[in-house]
Design a binder for this molecule. Structure first.
Ligand SMILES: [Zn+2]
Length: 362
């Protein structure tokens, strides 16, 4: 298949053609210079690396009713909150079914991977793995130990099953707990992540010590806090829709101005769909609503490029001949790719390459 229009990837937006074979890029270049001489089916559109959803709690997709109006703490944060009661009341089968359905939806929307914070200790990881076993999507499972002070045996078992640890927040976990978790993750090459400055402002010296591999939210962070995160070179996953439900927003414009490494997440699956595309559109629109506009290109990078670098595989966000990317084709006007991607993409504009859908050539 030949796509004429534009590329948006790690090197930014540009006019180009891309020829794909079995989902891989076999040829690319300036418009009108392809070698096919009209022999290959052609579409007009934008070719992008697939997005990743950098922050979810898919387990609470078992909750299907509107959650009661309350604070973050009452709703999702503390043990005993609405979310934990819902999780405790759901059977393992129901949880697997809810997570699988969320993962399938993500896959249908072209999302290649998800970074999931899985509660419920070691027992929380198996339902996530089982749900993901027959869905074509990469799951980075970040578990959470239950025992405090940290029980080294529990932490070791958890780290054998999970890809890392995702803690609640620095204000809810002691420095000893954070240090012990970060040390164990580093020793095994696993990810150490935590929420920070979500409901209230926390001090950077708490959530940056020890240095995490990923922070989530920073919705209450000041520009100076953001500068500290930038200087520590710590990436942050922002979740504008989830924050908006509690009357706050991450300062995306300052994050862009500071050159921070920003990824995009949809947070709790009981609050909204895990769609990266809807998150993108909301982030763009809400930054304008606040009179603090962020660029479409910055947001598109947060969904399509930065997560691949975070995974340590930046090559998968580069649309080049013979490259490792397995791109998506978006049937959108290619004149202003970043703007189109951020404000117009739904699963309906994703062109299913016959090769990918049915395992055939071209
Ligand atoms: Zn979260």
């Amino acid at each position: 298949m030949l796509v004429e229009g534009a590329i948006f990837d790690a090197d930014g937006p540009r006019a180009a053609y891309v020829r794909l074979d079995r989902g891989r890029v076999v040829e690319t270049g300036a418009l009108g210079t392809d070698s096919t001489h009209g022999r290959v089916p052609k579409v007009r559109g934008i070719v992008v690396p697939p997005p990743l959803n950098a922050h979810t709690h898919l387990g609470d997709a078992v909750s299907t009713r509107e959650p009661p109006g309350s604070t973050v703490d009452e709703l999702v944060a503390a043990p005993g909150s609405y979310k934990y009661r819902v999780l405790a009341g759901a059977s393992p089968t129901a949880k697997v079914r809810a997570i699988r359905s969320a993962l399938r939806r993500l896959a249908r929307e072209g999302v290649a991977g998800v970074v999931d914070f899985r509660e419920e200790g070691l027992a929380g990881i198996a339902p996530l793995r089982r749900a993901a076993s027959d869905v074509p999507i990469e799951v980075v499972a970040l578990g959470r130990p239950l025992v405090r002070p940290i029980d080294r045996g529990e932490l070791a078992r958890l780290l054998r099953a999970a890809d890392g640890i995702g803690l609640s927040s620095a204000r809810e976990e002691s420095r000893e707990t954070r240090r012990e978790v970060a040390r164990a993750c580093a020793a095994l090459g696993r990810t150490y992540a935590l929420h920070a400055s979500e409901a209230v402002r926390e001090l950077p010296e708490t959530y940056l010590d020890p240095r995490p591999d990923l922070l989530v939210h920073l919705a209450r962070a000041t520009p100076d806090d953001l500068r500290a995160v930038r200087d520590a070179r710590v990436p942050v996953a922002v979740c504008p829709r989830a924050n908006a439900l509690f009357g706050r927003q991450p300062d995306l414009r300052t994050m862009e101005r500071l050159g921070m490494r920003v990824l995009l997440g949809s947070d709790n699956a009981m609050l909204q769909s895990p769609s990266v595309w809807r998150e993108l559109e909301f982030a763009y629109a809400s930054s304008r609503l606040r009179g603090n506009p962020v660029s479409a290109e910055f947001l598109a990078r947060a969904a399509l490029v930065t997560p691949w670098a975070w995974l340590g595989r930046p090559g998968e966000a580069r649309i080049v001949e013979g490259g490792r990317a397995r791109p998506l084709i978006l049937r959108l006007p290619p004149d202003d790719p970043s703007y189109q991607i951020v404000t117009r993409t739904t699963e309906h504009v994703i062109v299913r390459s016959p090769a990918r859908a049915r395992g055939r050539d071209r």
